[in-house]
Design a protein. Sequence first.
Length: 441
Amino acid sequence: MRPEEFLTEEFANVQRALHETLRYDYGPEETRIYYKECESRLNEIKKQIARIAPSEIWAQLNELASLSVWISLIERSRLGEFSWPFAELIRDIAKPLLTEKLYRGKIVIEPIIHVVAEGEGYQIVYELVPPPSTNHRFAIVAFPRPLKHHVLLHTIFGHEIGHTAQHTNDAGDLIGTTVADELTAAGHLSAAAEITRWLNDPGAPKEIKNNIAQYLADNGVSYTFPEVYVEKWVEELICDLFGLLLFGPGFVAAHKVLLRPTHRTPYEFDLLEPTHPPYAVRHRMLVRALRLLGWEKPVTTIAHCNIHQAELATINFVVDDPYSAWAAFFDDRQLTAAIHGLQNVLQQYGNFQYQQPESQILSDLVDRLRRRLPPIGADIDREGNPTFTEHSMTHSLLAGWVYWLGQDNLVKADALSFLDINKLCDQALLQERGILAGRTK
């Protein structure tokens, strides 16, 4: 088979794979747009095949191989494999952040936010360099299939959105100048040598001292933090702040539940490939930022009785910071400046910043969970008519955390399981979007 024949054959295979994806039941509008973009890219490749030079066949094969990967992801977006309403919330936040614009404000490429379920962890894969045949840029939001109902944990996507936002030309540049520059202007993140000095600080935890000593014994030289990873630490810490500003205390709770158990100790990290700062550094920064924002203060009062006690238990869980002062990376001035920089970014791209709920709203939402109802602003008035009050989805998620972490103050027996709480919160998100969609018609 000649190279030209193989290229034609491969094109037919990818085209067949795309057509076969139509047999599945997918989500609403966004999947059709994704399908059309794949089809458009195939059509552009087909035009090129007819007049391609033999020396360029490799490039077309590479583009077909890349496109086949994007097509395969359609089959992992079937309904029921992830929380559809939470996926829509992620789309609402990510789309304006990932839209690329020219200097005069003209839209160049609008992203297609595609959601899939997979066996790995939470992640968003952004198409950094789209091929010549593209009209849109793909962004794949991957939910871990085993946690498809766990919307309280899905707030960790706030961190992943931070990654994709930093890789765009527009929002990414703004984050760089208003946040990253502030965090690296002084202190530990200003240079690799500063991190090395920090690791060798006399006040470092014994785990760090032991690891540094073991490195010296194994390699015969003292450990030096690699310069290339400084930028990665900056990015990870910005992403944590991004998630906090999007989802509030609920993000810190999810961050703690998901990440703390994956670290042998809160201080250790991979010395050879230090892609992420120690967990203790990340948690201490989030707790301090939470306090600087004033979000560690309860919104309920003693008048709300047991619900107030449940909220206090939730706050205590979130702000608990037993780690060494060595783990404090930033002073308050530096951290406040970074927070203000991210707030400015969010205001420019849709103002998605988390706002604390009013006391009665949080009390009502938690009470609905206590009555085994979805935490939503729906009720029946005295005349028997249904009423609905729109609430932020983040408030429903916070209510779920308050119930789970403060349940000892709310129920004496037969408390809801963590899975059941998540299912009720997921149902609340679905009902909220359904009611709002109905109102706009």
